[in-house]
Design a protein around this ligand. Structure first.
Ligand SMILES: CC(C)(COP(=O)(O)OP(=O)(O)OC[C@H]1O[C@@H](n2cnc3c(N)ncnc32)[C@H](O)[C@@H]1OP(=O)(O)O)[C@@H](O)C(=O)NCCC(=O)NCCS
Length: 167
């Protein structure tokens, strides 16, 4: 298994993954293909987003890919925190292909993302999840997450917040 960056090579895999996605929102949102006229336009928009343009902070996105070049999971690493990210989004967002869940891939992609954070010199990493997302909370705790105060969004959603020492 390895991390690779989105590129034209992964167009078909990315589209298949999107078609299989089973939640109302794509997670991480940086991998949402909806609204782009083609994959090139998506890649161009991702490049701008990753550069930290406008409301975005600089970020890096990766697919977790297996030996058959199948995309298993996706991760977005935000290089610093805004108020919103400090309360709700955190440094790292991830999602796993529905059919590939409960096989340890979230635990693996978060561990790999933490290595990338080390390279970026992010040594205190914030990872969050909604309080009803048991799988994600377990993924974070398995990666040494230590729980901090939760944040309550305007609509009442409780966001659990965890810090990971990443020295
Ligand atoms: C949450 C999510 C990332 C978990 O991915 P996953 O690959 O299934 O997670 P893992 O296999 O690494 O499992 C990690 C732990 O969580 C547990 N787990 C996973 N899904 C679970 C669920 N739905 N309910 C309860 N426990 C769950 C696993 O059993 C494992 O714990 P264990 O080692 O004690 O058995 C995946 O369900 C997903 O992509 N959901 C939609 C997007 C999302 O919520 N992203 C996270 C945003 S914060």
């Amino acid at each position: 298994m390895r991390l690779v960056r989105p590129s034209n090579e992964w167009k078909k895999e990315h589209e298949d993954y999107m078609n299989e996605w089973d939640e109302p929102r794509m997670t991480p949102s940086s991998f949402n293909l909806t609204g782009y006229k083609n994959y090139e336009a998506y890649l161009e928009a991702l490049k701008i987003r990753e550069s930290g343009d406008g409301k975005w902070v600089p970020s890096t996105n990766y697919f977790l890919v297996d030996e058959n070049n199948r995309v298993l999971a996706m991760v977005d690493i935000r290089h610093n925190l805004t108020d919103y990210l400090l309360n709700v989004g955190g440094h790292i967002g991830y999602g796993v292909r529905p059919i590939e869940r409960r096989k340890g891939h979230a635990t693996r992609i978060l561990a790999e993302a933490l290595k990338k954070c080390k390279e970026l010199e992010i040594h205190k990493v914030l990872v969050t999840c909604n309080a009803d997302n048991i799988g994600s909370a377990k993924t974070i705790v398995k990666n040494r997450g230590v729980e901090d105060k939760s944040f309550i969004e305007e609509d009442g959603t409780v966001v659990q917040r965890f810090w990971i020492e990443n020295i």
